[in-house]
Design a protein around this ligand. Structure first.
Ligand SMILES: [Zn+2]
Ligand SMILES: [Zn+2]
Length: 83
């Protein structure tokens, strides 16, 4: 089951479980749409994997399966994808 992390690893933007602009890789590294499209070029900077739209968990399931509250942020932010 997805952790549904609460923020972007690059810019620390809040990404609540219903955020339409959350992107994740297969390891669930989590980023916002802005960072994914501009800084990262659609690739996870941690594992090199594809970043895809994070599915939104239905609100009535969140009570029983709440999102993670552990914020993960990269210390030095994200380097732009190699041009
Ligand atoms: Zn971001
Ligand atoms: Zn990753």
């Amino acid at each position: 089951m997805l952790e549904l992390r609460p923020n972007c690893e690059c810019c620390n933007k809040d990404l609540p479980p219903d955020a339409a602009d959350a992107r994740i890789c297969s390891f669930e590294c989590t980023f916002c749409q802005d960072c994914t499209e501009t800084t990262l070029g659609g690739r996870c900077p941690n594992c090199g994997g594809e970043l895809v739209v994070r599915p939104i968990r239905p609100a009535d399931k969140l009570a029983k399966h709440p999102p993670s509250t552990a914020r993960v942020v990269k210390q030095d932010g994200c380097a732009p994808a190699a041009a």
